[in-house]
Write a protein that binds this ligand. Sequence first.
Ligand code: GTP
Ligand code: MG
Length: 370
Amino acid sequence: PEAITVQELANRMAEKGADLVKALFNMGMMVTVNQSIDADTAELLVEEFGHNLQRVSESDVDIDASVDVDPEETLQSRPPVVTIMGHVDHGKTSLLDALRGTDVVKGEAGGITQHIGAYQITTKDKQKLTFLDTPGHAAFTQMRARGANVTDIVVLVVAADDGIMPQTIEAIHHTKAAGVPMIVAITKSDKPEANPQKIRERLLEHEVIVEDMSGDVQDVEVSAKTGAGLDELIEKILLQAELMDLKARYDRDAEATVIEAKLDKGRGPVATVLVTRGTLKRGDTFVVGTESGRVRALVDDKGKQVKDAGPSVPVEVLGLGGVPQAGDVLTVVENEQRAREVAEYRQQQATAKRTATVAPNLEAMFAGLK
Ligand code: GTP
Ligand code: MG
């Protein structure tokens, strides 16, 4: 039996993960975007959405539309990818910093920690968790819109001394639409004016029912200031991750999603990617969005050069031909010629798509002139 996650399949078909979840629900299956489905179910879905089933090896150039699934027996568990969301000033960055402080594999003393928008921590019992540091949730929305949601679990941050605010509600909507499980972290619980119970009650109005209110959403009171609740939060994330049975194949050519990308003065185009399957190695040839390149260096979240990066590992990639976009998928291909071919093909596709979306508007304009 072969397996693919709903999100991976959605990415390959360029459909929304939530739409696949809906279709599966109509087929009588309750799954989230991060769960795996077998090849038969995948095939049904592919047909349902009117796509052709193509294997990478047989496909011409369009590796995007191909459905290439890893056999179940090749899959191994991978760390959960956790995104922290919430209203401005509710303590997202502070919580991320505090969580990072619990990492037992800290960078060398005195070393400069690089901010790459994503990092991984290792707990005392050697469990790994990847956190995405998306300031605000513009990035999350953008990635979701592109069908490249890499988030397994959302931690919704709500300040105990404030309440449910517009961006809290937005975050709830995004999370639900993406079909991602949520854990509520009630932050700033150390403050004298903190009222966590009020938060739990208010969340009901937005159909977020925490365990205390006899729902099934986990919640935990935390303080980035005192460190209270951090271990409990990590435990709850790991418990949720265990339920999801997150897996990926390690020993294959890598696929990764761009978290952020920029043009660095000294280093040229740099992309922070999160590996979704396989192992990305120095020297690999790849295509990412409409760009191609060859991995010149990989830099981890501690600013250290590494030789490779496996599933759920965030790394900076150097050696790109240009700056890709957040949400773009990086795929390792066999050689540079193929990388250029695919990049070119995608550029044509992108141009064709732009023309196609312009056409109806022109039609509408002319219709008005008749
Ligand atoms: P934006 O990125 O601007 O949306 O804010 P944020 O959600 O990242 O909040 P940030 O972590 O910057 O914290 C906002 C303010 O709240 C800062 O002044 C923090 O010191 C304070 N703060 C955050 N967490 C705690 C906490 O647990 N306890 C207390 N007392 N203050 C906190
Ligand atoms: Mg912040």
